[in-house]
Design a protein around this ligand. Structure first.
Ligand code: NAP
Length: 300
């Protein structure tokens, strides 16, 4: 039996693991993908204290290495179900079952899709959700980025250094992203802002070749020629595996109290997966620390 099982090895889960392991608890952490969460697919992080500017994968690896050096067990699987028992929890993966006194959920979010015609045809054949993974395929080519949040801005900057031209398509005039990063994007010579506009269709043959875009104010349509399109239109919480527990809100985010405990005793949640306003690396690490310290207090 583990003292604490953590589901998800992004900044929240990794921080929870650091605090739990340093308190001599038997800790396991599940990760079905690459450890590090969203920062692994973030080109550059510029707002994590102590690191003026750091590559996302480097920051993720430092956090992960710190956790492994503390003797935390990495379980390389996705969790499919969590069951409450009399003494704790059973955590199920596709092939195995694990038992723990406390479970901390830190599964974060995954990228939302536009869900327009042609999207499924050109998924990974022109359409991508990860500029840092796929950007190099579009060296000196024309690409589009869709979205107006921090992710869209950061990845537009990254892609503008590789592609010959980047269309930044956003459905309104104002950007949700922080003003200073919007200013940086506006200064880039090879970025064309396509505002008040939505994607109507992805078009191509073997791979993506064109996008049909509609101006929502004028109704006018336009076809742009692109080799790639990167969608950054927000996030959806990764909580399918806890649907039955009744701990999420109507959007699927997990509801927790001030101690980061859900309404099920000894089941905690932290990071981007919970109901909250600010989703940043620092707020994820904050949540992870508090969840773990409260869990430790309960255990002792
Ligand atoms: P986000 O902030 O939710 O922005 C999503 C963007 O996509 C919005 O501009 C939204 O438009 C647009 N959008 C949503 N659905 C759309 C649709 N169907 N068609 C067209 N456009 C659509 O998402 P994010 O950029 O992924 O960021 C997620 C969270 O992580 C945020 O809290 C963000 O601050 C944080 N983050 C922080 C950093 C950083 O600080 N370095 C970096 C990345 C992410 P509207 O604005 O019109 O709704």
């Amino acid at each position: 039996m583990y003292d604490i099982l953590i589901v998800g090895a992004g900044p929240a889960g990794l921080t929870a693991a650091i605090y739990a392991a340093r308190n001599n608890k038997k800790v396991g952490i599940f990760e079905g993908n690459v450890p590090g969460g969203q920062i692994v697919v973030t080109a550059t992080v510029e707002n994590y204290p102590g690191f003026g500017k750091v590559d996302g994968p480097d920051l993720a690896y430092s956090m992960f290495e710190q956790v492994m050096n503390l003797g935390v067990e990495l379980i390389g699987s996705y969790v499919s179900e969590i069951i409450k028992t009399e003494n704790g929890f059973i955590v199920k993966t596709e092939d195995e079952e694990f038992q723990a006194k406390v479970v901390i959920i830190a599964t974060g979010t995954s990228q939302k899709r536009l869900e327009v015609p042609g999207e499924s045809d050109f998924e990974n054949r022109g359409i991508s959700w990860c500029a840092i993974c796929d950007g190099s395929l579009y060296k000196d080519k024309v690409v589009a980025v869709v979205g107006g949040g921090n992710s869209a801005m950061e990845e537009t900057i990254y892609l503008s250094n590789l592609a010959s031209k980047v269309y930044l398509i956003h459905r309104r005039q104002q950007f949700r992203a922080e003003p200073h990063i919007v200013e940086k994007v506006k200064k880039l010579e090879n970025v064309e802002l396509v505002l008040d506009s939505v994607v109507e269709e992805f078009i191509g043959d073997q791979s993506l070749g064109k996008m049909r875009i509609r101006n929502v104010k004028t109704g006018q349509e336009r076809i742009i020629e692109v080799s790639g399109c990167f969608e950054y239109v927000g996030q959806i919480p990764a909580t399918d595996f806890v649907k039955e527990l009744g701990i999420t809100d109507e959007a699927g985010y997990i509801q927790v109290d001030n101690n980061f405990e859900t309404k099920i005793e000894n089941l905690y949640a932290c990071g981007d997966v919970i109901v909250k306003n600010v989703r940043q690396i620092v707020t994820a690490t904050n949540d992870g620390a508090i969840a773990a310290l409260n869990a430790i207090k309960k255990l002792s």
